[in-house]
Design a protein around this ligand. Sequence first.
Ligand SMILES: Cc1cc2nc3c(=O)[nH]c(=O)nc-3n(C[C@H](O)[C@H](O)[C@H](O)COP(=O)(O)O)c2cc1C
Length: 254
Amino acid sequence: MVTADHVGEGRFGLNIVVGWNEGEFEMFGVEQRGHQERYHYAQEWIDVIKMIWSDREDFDFHGKYLTMNGIRGKPKPYGDTRPLIMNAGASPTGQAFAVKNCDAFFLQASRTSLEESTQRVRRAKEAARAQGREIGCYTVGVVTCRPTKKEAEDDFHHCIVDRADWSAVDGNISPQTVPMQEYLTQRSHYAQGMGGLPIIGDPDHVAAQIADLSKAGLTGIAISLVNYLDELPYFIDEVIGRLERMGLREKVRG
Ligand SMILES: Cc1cc2nc3c(=O)[nH]c(=O)nc-3n(C[C@H](O)[C@H](O)[C@H](O)COP(=O)(O)O)c2cc1C
């Protein structure tokens, strides 16, 4: 992580995940810890990592899960600081972990109203303030940006609705845990990019929707595209420029 932080001159960030998808554990032949215990383990882990990233020299750590002697980590992170840490916990335990340990929190933006997104951001920031901390809130978006609204909507339907990868979706969610109707909605949202907010339209619309999310109090957004090679240059040329002109993004290109 520190090597990547130096390569990126401080732009490295860590999204801590404590485990979620059972299959990922089965692949390595290990058993996933219980939900609460995952976060207890993660607490020790991040405590040690933060110590390694601090100016501590050789030290010992004796916790419930980790016993380590003569810990030494060099070089230290770039620029006498430490990488940004995020977390996307959805449960009360996961959110409490984020508020206590992280600089930023991933939350799901509402698909129905900006007001609801604004409230979700407000709640997360208030929970952090109650602990004497400030936290940035980020969300996830699935962008389909094309020269016209119709092209964007057609492409979105083709790739993410008509041709959705249902076997991948069904590997991630299970029908037993929620009522059928809720399950079908969840299943459809998952197909549209793991529950990320679909942002579909021409460049003006896409930039305006991202601007609205900023007004809701979000610090940033992680976006995904279907075909990065084709779509990223268009997104950079058309959407990033608009966001820069709106003052939502610093101009970093020459
Ligand atoms: C943007 C985003 C990325 C995530 N990436 C991963 C991941 O790579 N691996 C993983 O196990 N979980 C990942 N998760 C799942 C979360 O870390 C978290 O476990 C999940 O939202 C359930 O919340 P809970 O742990 O509080 O129950 C991700 C969640 C989001 C929203």
